[in-house]
Design a protein around this ligand. Structure first.
Ligand SMILES: [Zn+2]
Length: 345
């Protein structure tokens, strides 16, 4: 399978996101680029005003949890941005309960002295003995002080889904690292929107970039929690990229994904047709012959037509000789065909 991926990847053109970032001069207009406007994105004037406290808190939280081992939040961590933000995060499901701390800083000493926590039998209070300073003392506190919280990528996916016109079901692809949010129309084409955490961590390629569900997505858009992904890692899948810290904003009417901001980002999604080429059915069948043994051109043509009818990749919607096949999504389908051929051998 790894071999299949590597070989197939070499038949794919370089990522448009990287290419467009390096380009210094504007590219000539492409006659095949769809001339449709963005249907689902709200215009800037429709977006309610940003909620300054919650918006800043959200972005700082996302920044924090995009570091390894930083997803556990203590009471003080969660309340760092104020009680309103803490309540909003819990209510939105982006932080979820994660048990209780065994030690917390003594609130009376206030110098970071840690006290061991004993919960009372009713579970409403905690009691501890503090040995800090010269004067050992008992402290009693509401149990919430010892409660721990954990960032939830799945909860964030639900928030993104509720904050943007995505359709489809949320699907955890790699636990805590990659979640499919659904499909969203962007620049006139339908992307599968994923959110990813840890796109710059050392294990990113093994954990995220080669996830099967992402590999087989015809047109993926990966929204990194905070840090911009390393484009080279993602060559086989060639997703469009964005960062949630930039595009997910907390407004006075809840969260909103700012697709208009995404469109202007350097690492924003490339248009699906840029720089892709469209293939005729015969051209696509010839590509299929390269990866499948034991079939001839008429069989390959029939197979391509059938797969087009089953929406295995994107087409221009026409049939017969007018049918054109979207090259990037066809290349992704070829990966699975090549894998089948290798498994037959
Ligand atoms: Zn103390």
């Amino acid at each position: 399978m790894a071999l299949a991926r590597r070989k197939a990847a070499s038949t794919i053109t370089p990522p448009a996101a990287g290419a467009s970032r390096q380009a210094t001069a504007p590219k000539p207009t492409r006659k095949r680029a769809p001339n449709r406007t963005l249907r689902s994105a709200p215009s800037e004037s429709e977006t309610p005003p940003i909620h300054p406290t919650l918006d800043r808190a959200l972005r700082e939280l996302l920044h924090r949890v995009d570091f390894p081992d930083a997803e556990i939040l203590t009471y003080d961590d969660l309340h760092h941005w104020g009680d309103e933000a803490a309540a909003a995060f819990v209510s939105a499901g982006i932080v979820v309960p994660a048990g209780f701390a065994t030690e917390i800083p003594c609130p009376e000493c206030g110098d970071g002295t840690m006290v061991r926590v004993d919960r009372d039998p009713a579970g409403t209070c905690i009691a501890a003995t503090c040995w800090g300073g010269d004067d050992p003392h008992r402290v009693r506190l509401a149990v919430d002080r010892a409660r721990l919280w954990k960032f939830s990528l799945e909860g964030l996916a639900s928030l993104v889904a509720a904050s943007s016109p995505t359709v489809g079901r949320i699907e955890v692809v790699v636990a805590d690292r990659l979640v499919l949010v659904g499909s969203a129309e962007f620049r006139g084409v339908s992307y599968e929107v994923f959110i990813a955490r840890g796109t710059t961590w050392a294990d990113r390629e093994a954990r995220i970039a080669s996830a099967e569900r992402l590999m087989h997505s015809p047109l993926p858009l990966v929204l990194s929690v905070d840090r911009a992904p390393v484009v080279q890692d993602w060559l086989p899948t060639r997703p469009a990229f964005g960062c949630l810290t930039t595009v997910l904003r907390w407004t006075n009417r809840g969260c909103a994904v700012r697709w208009d901001v995404l469109a202007t980002q350097d690492a924003g999604p490339h248009p699906a047709s840029d720089p892709c080429s469209w293939l005729s059915v015969t051209q696509a069948a010839e590509r299929l012959l390269d990866v499948r043994s034991a079939i001839d051109l008429p069989k390959a043509r029939a197979r391509v037509s059938r797969a087009a009818g089953d929406s295995k990749f994107r087409t221009n919607g026409a049939s017969g000789t007018a049918r054109r096949i979207h090259e990037p999504s066809f290349s992704v389908w070829l990966l699975s065909e090549r894998a089948k051929d290798l498994s037959v051998d």
